[in-house]
Design a protein around this ligand. Structure first.
Ligand code: NDP
Length: 254
C-alpha cells in the first residue's frame, strides 16, 4: 500500500530514538497518518507541537538497559494504551580498523543496535500477542546486508538486526504480527555528518569528496533522506509483508 494511503488512526506506535534524525521523521510520518506516537530515547524531545499539532508522549530510557525499557514502555502504555506498533530506530555508529576496534566500542555498538532491538521487541510483543495484531519495524542498514571496511562492529550489529527480524518474523508468522527491517544507505542526519567528518579528518579529502564517496556507495548512487526512510517504514506498517528487508533509496526488497 502506498504510504499516503496508510491510515493508523487508533494505533499506538512507539518509536525508539524518535527525538531526532531518522526517528524524528518516522515519528512525524506516523502522527501524520493518525497514530498516537510515543518516543523512547535518552534526550530532550524536538517535536514540540507548538503549531497546535499533536505532541508525542515521551519516556526516557537507554535501550541497553532492561529495567529502563520496562519502565518507559509501561509509562507509554499508561499514557496512550497498549502498543500496536514498534519502530526500533535507536542506534549508534562508530568506525575503526579491526585492530583498533576495542572491546568497549564493540560492546557499546552491539548493546545499543542489537540487544536494544531485542529487548524493546520482547517488551512490546506482549501487547501485540494479546491484540493478535502488531507491527515491528527494525531500522537496520545496508550494512546489515553487506560488508564495508572499518565498521565491523556496526556491520555485525546490523546483520544481527536483520537476522533477528527474520527469525521473529518466522516465529510470529500467521499471528497477525509482522516483523520487518528497513535498510537505509547513508542518510542525511547527524550520524552521516559525523561519518563525513571522520573521513575528512582521517584521509584529508574534502567534505564534498567524502559526501560523494558515501553517495556512490548507496543504492541509486545518492544520499537518502530521513523522510524517504520514514515513507518506507509507513509502507511496511501498512502492508502484510513479513520478514522483509527493504532497502532505501529505491525500496528494493533484499
Ligand atoms: P542519529 O544519531 O541522528 O540518531 C540516533 C538516535 O538513536 C537518537 O535519537 C538517539 O537518541 C538514539 N539512541 C542512541 N543510543 C541510544 C540509547 N542507548 N538508548 C536510546 N536511544 C538511543 O542517527 P540516525 O537518525 O541517522 O540513525 C537512526 C537509525 O538509523 C540508527 O539505528 C542507525 O544505525 C540507522 N541508520 C542510519 C543511517 C545514516 O546514514 N544516518 C544509515 C543506515 C542506518 P538519544 O541520544 O536521545 O538517546
Amino acid at each position: 500500500m502506498p504510504s499516503e494511503a496508510v491510515d493508523l488512526t487508533g494505533k499506538h506506535a512507539v518509536v525508539t530514538g524518535g527525538a531526532r534524525g531518522i526517528g524524528l521523521a518516522i515519528a512525524g510520518a506516523l502522527m501524520d497518518r493518525g497514530a498516537r506516537v510515543s518516543i523512547v530515547s535518552r534526550s530532550v524531545l524536538s517535536l514540540t507541537g507548538g503549531d497546535g499539532s499533536p505532541v508525542p508522549f515521551r519516556a526516557e530510557a537507554d535501550v541497553t538497559d532492561e529495567a529502563q525499557i520496562a519502565h518507559a514502555f509501561n509509562a507509554c502504555r499508561q499514557a496512550q494504551g497498549p502498543i500496536d506498533i514498534l519502530v526500533n530506530n535507536s542506534g549508534i555508529a562508530e568506525s575503526a580498523p579491526l585492530i583498533r576496534t576495542g572491546r568497549a566500542m564493540w560492546d557499546r555498538i552491539i548493546a545499543t543496535n542489537l540487544t536494544g532491538t531485542f529487548l524493546c521487541t520482547r517488551e512490546a510483543a506482549e501487547d501485540m500477542i494479546v491484540a493478535k495484531w502488531g507491527r515491528v519495524v527494525n531500522v537496520a542498514s545496508t550494512a546489515g546486508l553487506g560488508g564495508a571496511p572499518y565498521i565491523a562492529a556496526y556491520c555485525a550489529s546490523k546483520h544481527g538486526v536483520v537476522g533477528f527480524t527474520r527469525a521473529i518474523a518466522a516465529e510470529f508468522d500467521g499471528t497477525g504480527i509482522t516483523v520487518n527491517a528497513i535498510c537505509p544507505g547513508y542518510t542525511e542526519t547527524d550520524m552521516m555528518r559525523q561519518a563525513i567528518a571522520n573521513i575528512t579528518r582521517l584521509t584529508g579529502v574534502s567534505e564534498d569528496d567524502a559526501r560523494g564517496r558515501l553517495a556512490q556507495s548507496n543504492p541509486e548512487g545518492r544520499i537518502a533522506t530521513a523522510e524517504e526512510v520514514a515513507q518506507g517504514v509507513v509502507e511496511l506498517i501498512g502492508s502484510s509483508r513479513n520478514g522483509v528487508a527493504l532497502v532505501v533509496p529505491g525500496f528494493a526488497v533484499a
